[in-house]
Write a protein that binds this ligand. Structure first.
Ligand code: NAD
Length: 357
């Protein structure tokens, strides 16, 4: 029996709809397994700009910092497309990651048997299912390096610098190896060590960290090959760990393999057990407030919260099993609907999953 305080940031578009279903599922888990989850709601994104003139109010950060973890829906939408760049709703995400020290982004790519036909790869390539976890470094590398314009040999030029410190590499590698211990104990470190100095440092540090995890098999792969292998033979991977930019690209590629954006959760972790959990999709303004959004990505995000922040593995497994059951029963939201299955709205899908817990 545990007590957990969760900051809930529904955000914009379909964010509030899918978040509500995730909260309801947590309540069902609380009842079944005798845990107390309390929820404190906070604003971020476009709705925060409307209410307080900024995408990430201080109050929201305070609420997050005083919680055990954060559940976020999605932010952004056409209404705020013309606000100045520094105040765009999506900046709230960067602010939350930076302020909350979230340096490790976990993106699972899983194929459910019931949805195997949604996978764009040949059936024999993903036969028996697929379960990859991409661990992406989130607060360093080229996206945060020195940048600018200058006069070069041929006139104006632009530059973006990739920098990684040993400390940054060590903590993400430790995170990946730690997680691999709870899975198939295989980590593939993806880099470009044939060209980049930062990648060579990644390999050196990875080897040192690995010494503390003798049971884990650590391999290395160049990112261009990894991009190919993800479509040629994705089942060879268990945990993939990589830098910010490579992870950005590979995690989107891996998510496409699974077929639907509405099914994929993510976690952003820092030191300790605190984390922020969110579906990988955006605010989908085209279907907002129409009860059409798939809540499964948000629901699986709270399953990740239970597993990674609260170490409630049994409870997390119960959510994943409930999702699997409803999919096997042929229940579908419009994004994954096919002939012969049963069409449900966001709310009804959420309720079906709660009923299976
Ligand atoms: P999106 O993910 O919102 O939508 C892409 C497509 O997928 C749309 O057709 C949408 O209807 C569909 N889709 C997304 N989630 C779905 C779900 N749960 N169920 C069913 N269908 C779903 O991406 P976009 O259209 O590029 O962006 C829309 C807005 O969201 C933009 O303002 C963008 O900046 C923002 N965005 C926010 C986040 C975030 O909050 N983490 C991430 C990506 C994009």
């Amino acid at each position: 029996m545990g007590k957990y305080k969760i900051a809930v940031i529904p955000g914009d578009g379909i964010g509030p709809e899918v978040t509500q279903e995730a909260v309801n599922v947590l309540k069902a888990i609380g009842e079944k397994f005798q845990h107390t989850f309390t929820f404190e709601y906070a604003l971020a994104g476009g709705c925060a700009i409307d209410a307080c003139g900024e995408c990430l109010p201080e109050e929201t950060l305070e609420i997050c910092k005083h919680s055990n973890s954060v559940m976020l829906g999605a932010v952004g939408g056409p209404k705020w497309d013309n606000v100045p760049n520094a105040q765009r709703p999506e900046k709230a995400l960067l602010g939350l990651r930076a302020e909350l020290g979230l340096f490790s982004n976990l993106r699972p790519a899983k194929i459910y048997d019931a949805l195997a036909e949604a996978c764009p790869l040949k059936a024999e390539i993903v036969k028996g299912g697929l379960d990859i976890l991409i661990v992406r470094e989130l607060t360093g590398g080229i996206y945060f390096g020195e940048r600018g314009y200058r006069q070069g040999k041929y006139g104006e030029e632009a530059y973006d610098v990739e920098t990684y410190s040993e400390v940054e590499i060590k903590r993400i590698l430790k995170n990946a190896l730690e997680i691999a211990m709870q899975r198939d104990k295989k980590v593939c470190c993806v880099d470009k060590a044939n060209v980049l100095e930062t990648s060579r440092l990644w390999r050196k540090v990875a080897q040192e960290v690995k010494n503390d995890y003798p049971e884990v098999e650590l391999t290395y792969m160049y990112v261009d090959n990894a991009a190919m292998q993800l479509v040629r033979n994705p089942k060879q991977f268990d945990v993939m760990v990589t830098s910010n930019m490579f992870g950005d690209i590979l995690s989107d590629e891996a998510s496409m393999i699974t077929g639907s954006i509405g099914l994929l959760p993510s976690a952003s972790l820092g030191e300790g057990t605190f984390g922020m959990y969110e579906p990988i999709h955006g605010s989908a303004p085209d279907i907002a407030r129409e009860n059409k959004a798939n809540p499964i990505a948000a629901i699986l995000s709270v399953a990740m919260m239970l597993k990674y922040s609260f170490h409630l593995t049994k409870e997390a497994d119960a959510i994943e099993a409930a999702v699997k059951t409803v999919l096997e029963k042929g229940l579908r939201t419009p994004d994954i609907f096919s002939q012969g299955t049963t069409l449900l709205g966001t709310k009804e899908m959420g309720e079906a999953i709660q009923n299976c817990i």
